[in-house]
Write a protein that binds this ligand. Structure first.
Ligand SMILES: [Zn+2]
Length: 89
């Protein structure tokens, strides 16, 4: 089993509350803070133009139906979280 599948198997077996506790514990010990961000539409929202469409996401690839911006789906969602963080905190 490759490392990605092993990681998913281990993480997938954890209850969400247990995972959150573990992340909080590790972050606190490392002097980091944890900020929970609502994922609302971030996988559907274009990080370039802001257009939201449920058909924007194609698995691992994000393609905006409005501006044809193409990017890794996870990185596109991460950019939206970054923008949210900058403006909210
Ligand atoms: Zn776009």
């Amino acid at each position: 089993m490759d490392i990605v599948k092993r990681f998913r198997t281990i993480v997938g077996s954890w209850a969400p509350s247990e995972m959150q506790k573990s992340i909080d514990y590790k972050a606190r010990n490392a002097g980091k803070i944890i900020i929970n961000v609502n994922s609302g539409h971030r996988s559907q929202r274009c990080s370039k133009c802001g257009h939201v469409n449920k058909n924007n996401s194609h698995g691992l690839i994000f393609i905006c139906r409005n501006c044809v911006f193409e990017f890794n789906a996870n990185l596109n969602a991460s950019r939206k979280i970054e923008v949210f963080f900058i403006y909210e905190y």
